[in-house]
Write a protein of this length. Structure first.
Length: 90
């Protein structure tokens, strides 16, 4: 029984690692000269958030995963809001 659980944990951690690598590739793919590129980058980082939440759940850190699940969207919204209202109009 523990071998099956270990295999499932390994599979989820590998999936999380692939999602983090895809996130890094997506962030590097966007050029900085695009309008509103910050929104695309925040969306891509949402993939990394899901990967981290999955990894935390697999590692048995349920409370930390739930806290991260609740706080990550709030921080992303705060960053996007600060960017939108903080930039100077040209």
């Amino acid at each position: 029984m523990t071998d099956v659980i270990t295999l499932i944990e390994s599979a989820v951690l590998l999936i999380s690692a692939v999602l983090v690598l895809l996130t890094a590739l997506g962030i590097l793919r966007y050029r900085d000269d695009l309008d509103r590129v910050i929104y695309a980058r925040i969306h891509i980082l949402g993939v990394a958030d899901v990967a981290c939440i999955l990894a935390l759940l697999v590692l048995g850190q349920t409370v930390l995963a739930v806290a991260y699940f609740i706080l990550a969207p709030f921080s992303a919204h705060a960053i996007a809001n600060a960017f939108y209202y903080g930039e100077e109009k040209k």
